[in-house]
Design a protein around this ligand. Structure first.
Ligand code: 1PZ
Length: 209
């Protein structure tokens, strides 16, 4: 679609993709059709273009996030749904095992929630710098599950984030247009995040990791 290419203007396409997922989940609430891996990983892959806007300091975060998504993309050749992944790891007692698909899914879910929290912080005050917004979102969503070394590196890297204005330029948005797109993602990502959490909770897996 013209004017909506992923690289030039990523937010509308990311919001569209998550709205599709959330519509599917809300529609299927009653019929109980499971979420398939392919549309899920397609949406998660789109998100990674946001790293282009953050600069070199977040190269490591990009590699981490993309590696986890890639694991799930690979898995989609063998497993059709997110449920199938959890069931496989429960059976093999590998849900929390480093590198397992259920662990990758948990990390990707934390990434999606991090972006949601970041957007929320970003919109909460006009004077809020990207560094303040990202620090607060990270402290809230991911830091509790990361090692001390990772947390320290991430908080140090925050000083290299672009300014609010630079970010808007890279996203090809203005103060007026960015709010609508961020709010669409914030709203649409919640049912997706909750759906993923339920996959674990319904199998008596805690979410404290
Ligand atoms: C626009 C968004 C700006 C956010 C800025 C904050 C970026 C946070 C950076 C997080 C760095 C994570 C570094 C490595 C973490 C690993 O220890 C964990 C655990 O891995 P495991 O032990 O299970 O193998 N890895 C992760 O949590 C995976 C991915 C986290 C990165 C999330 C990024 C979210 C996407 C942002 C999109 C721009």
């Amino acid at each position: 679609e013209q004017g909506k290419e992923l690289i030039n203007k990523p937010l509308p396409l990311i919001a569209d993709a998550f709205e599709e997922l959330s519509k599917f989940l809300l529609r299927n609430n009653t019929q109980k059709e499971d979420l398939r891996l392919v549309p899920f990983t397609d949406a998660c892959s789109l998100v990674s273009v946001l790293f282009n806007c953050l600069g070199i300091a977040f190269k490591f975060a990009e590699m981490e996030y993309c590696a986890k998504v890639r694991g799930l993309v690979e898995a989609s050749k063998q497993y059709e749904t997110l449920e199938n992944i959890l069931d496989h790891d429960v059976e093999n007692d590998t849900v929390r095992k480093p590198g397992s698909l259920s662990r990758n899914l948990r990390r990707v879910r934390q990434g999606l929630d991090l972006i949601r929290a970041l957007f929320e912080q970003f919109l909460s005050a006009d004077e809020c710098s990207l560094r303040e917004a990202a620090s607060s979102a990270y402290a809230q969503v991911c830091a509790p599950y990361h090692t001390w070394a990772v947390r320290t590196a991430v908080f140090a890297g925050m000083y290299a984030l672009p300014s609010r204005e630079q970010l808007l330029l890279k996203l090809n948005e203005t103060d007026q247009t960015v709010e609508k797109e961020m709010r669409r993602y914030m709203k649409a990502s919640i049912p997706v995040i909750e759906y993923i959490d339920k996959l674990y909770i319904s199998r008596n897996i805690t979410l404290d990791w």
